[in-house]
Design a protein around this ligand. Structure first.
Ligand SMILES: Nc1ncnc2c1ncn2[C@@H]1O[C@H](COP(=O)(O)OP(=O)(O)OP(=O)(O)O)[C@@H](O)[C@H]1O
Ligand SMILES: [Mg+2]
Length: 238
């Protein structure tokens, strides 16, 4: 397995407020890696920093051997990194189809728009049925599918998902996790998953990191962390 993403001693925050204080982590090609932690510890900030939406105040981020630290977000997408933001953030007044097409807007993926559309609709057939519907009128689960599909339209090597289970019922949550498993199995894509559903995330992940107060407090194989009494007590209510 080769190293795909390396985050080295990265600090970042908003204005004068530091959030991440020297975070180091990595993701290898083909892995599913989970980042878990309580509300407000900096999980979304970590993803925003990797994708260039928040600029780090220190440290270094390398993707596929390229230093991407401080690059503008659109340049980072063209290196093959795509994010499904918290809540999906679809363009609610646009149709499903328009949302998907926008996902392929980047110069590196635009030529393949038709092929990518075909692929994501094979993967999520419901989106073919709903293609002319406004994204704002989709159900919660359909919205997550559309958001994941839009991210896949950029033909990423790595997909980063920020709490894809947010606001979903337990049944829908299972479905969305199945979808993520399906994407991992059927596409050549590596996954970085942020989750508050710690048990589900650890079950799915090859490896995981726990963030506490802006630093990595613990890391290990998902299966091992799932049975870690400290983690069970702190995050799984056991
Ligand atoms: N745009 C912003 N401006 C100022 N502070 C922010 C901004 N976005 C987030 N923060 C603060 O940074 C801290 C980390 O936020 P972040 O969204 O990364 O947390 P999180 O771990 O994703 O939490 P959650 O599980 O609730 O999504 C929080 O204290 C939050 O209030
Ligand atoms: Mg968050």
């Amino acid at each position: 397995m080769s190293r795909l993403l390396t985050v080295e001693n990265v600090s970042s925050g908003y204005g004068l407020t530091p959030v991440l204080r020297g975070v180091s982590m990595h993701v290898d090609t083909g892995e599913v890696v989970a980042v878990v932690g309580a509300n407000g510890v900096g999980k979304s900030t970590l993803l925003r920093t990797i994708t260039g939406l928040v600029h780090p105040t220190g440290g270094d981020i390398t993707f596929d051997g390229v230093h991407i630290t401080g690059l503008p977000a659109h340049r980072i997408v063209s290196h093959g990194l795509a994010m499904v933001p918290e809540g999906g953030r679809l363009f609610t007044f646009m149709t499903v189809m328009e949302n998907l097409e926008l996902g392929a807007f980047n110069p590196t993926s635009r030529e393949d728009t038709q092929q990518s559309l075909h692929e994501v609709m094979e993967l999520f057939p419901i989106l073919r049925e709903r293609r002319a519907q406004r994204a704002g009128s989709l159900s919660g689960g359909e919205r997550q599918m559309c958001a994941i599909a839009r991210a896949l339209m950029s033909r990423p090597r790595m997909l980063m998902l920020d709490e894809p289970s947010l606001g979903l019922s337990p049944v829908m949550l299972e479905k969305v996790f199945d979808l993520i498993r399906m994407v991992v199995a059927s596409r050549d894509v590596t996954v970085l998953l942020i989750e508050q559903n710690v048990a589900d995330a650890l079950e799915m992940a090859n490896r995981a990191y726990v963030i506490e107060h802006g630093v990595i407090a613990k890391t290990g194989p998902g299966a091992e962390m799932l049975h870690d009494p400290d983690i069970q007590r702190a995050y799984m209510g056991l």
